[in-house]
Design a protein around this ligand. Structure first.
Ligand SMILES: [Zn+2]
Ligand SMILES: [Zn+2]
Length: 300
């Protein structure tokens, strides 16, 4: 396997909605969006409001550094289709550029396909322009729980877990269905390169003692992004809403033997002070725990 650099950048780490002024913060106000660059591949996870800033950055990069690229190719994965993971999509600048070529790769949630959902959302009366009228090129691919996406130099293949990939892949992305999020669940992703493993596990309600399936899925990851929306007191009120406490996140991190835990999907009502207290308490349980915050970057 070749050894491309894996860069991870957080564009949005809030859950549910963006905090209003007053809670605004060093951690950031935008909802879910992660970017991973693997070699030449640009991969985004979710289109919360964080994708708006990702779009500005990508536009600048393509204009300045990738001028000669025949198409501005972006791979967009979705964990699920709740509004906090979708709200930035119509404002993603790259949709308005004819050079852009977006490969949507997503599992289906319930009966809603990603394409139908996006075309309904980016359409009057919700939005003044219909998605069909936007100039970007697009391809939709359905991923399933037993699918693995293998990235090569300049292409990718979606195979099943029993298929033998062609040699020379640079990265592989697998997914796990998480049933602990209403309604229809959400998907976790595991991104592996020669240099590192990153697991993205947001929008999940854990178990005391840890979610065994997720512990296996996140085994030995270098980074684990895990939902940690609630304090224990809040969880008592919001049990069943599909989100975790930092204790649940720490249990998974410890049992999976991950190197670093990033608390994610921060409650919009939590101030920096509250979040710092959560981080300090979590570090008592799992020392390598940090709050995921906007602009945070990791390079492997
Ligand atoms: Zn969410
Ligand atoms: Zn959700």
């Amino acid at each position: 396997m070749a050894k491309p650099t894996l860069k991870v950048k957080v564009y949005g780490a809030r859950g549910s909605y963006s905090p209003t002024i007053g809670t605004a913060t060093q951690i950031g106000v935008n909802t879910t969006c992660l970017r991973m660059d693997i070699g030449n591949h640009i991969i985004l996870f979710d289109a919360g409001s964080g994708i708006i800033n990702a779009g500005q950055d990508l536009f600048q990069e393509f204009q300045n550094q990738r001028k000669d690229a025949r198409s501005w190719k972006i791979n967009l994965f979705f964990t699920h289709l709740h509004i906090d993971h979708l709200v930035g999509f119509p404002y993603f600048l790259m949709l308005y550029m004819p050079q852009t070529d977006i490969h949507f790769i997503s599992p289906q949630i319930l009966d809603y396909t990603l394409q139908d959902t996006l075309e309904t959302f980016v359409h009057p009366p919700f939005f003044p322009v219909g998605m069909a009228d936007l100039p970007f090129k697009r391809q939709f691919h359905q991923m399933k729980e037993h699918s693995i996406v293998y990235f090569y130099d300049d292409d990718y293949q979606i195979l099943t877990t029993v298929d033998e990939p062609e040699p020379g892949w640079q990265a592989k992305i697998s997914c796990m269905r998480n049933y602990l999020h209403p309604k229809g669940g959400a998907f976790f992703y595991r991104v592996e390169t020669e240099n590192a493993v990153v697991v993205f596990a947001s929008d999940s309600e854990g178990f005391p003692g840890g979610d065994t399936r997720l512990i296996n899925f996140a085994k030995d990851a270098d980074l684990l992004f895990h939902d940690a929306q609630y304090t224990r007191q809040e969880y008592a009120m919001f049990q069943g809403f599909g989100h975790s406490t930092y204790e649940m996140a720490c249990e998974v991190a410890r049992k999976a033997g991950v190197k670093k835990l990033l608390l994610f999907h921060h409650d919009p009502k939590h101030s920096d002070k509250t979040l710092k207290e959560i981080e300090a308490a979590a570090q008592e349980m799992f020392p390598e725990t940090y709050l995921a915050s906007e602009s945070m970057e990791f390079i492997f």
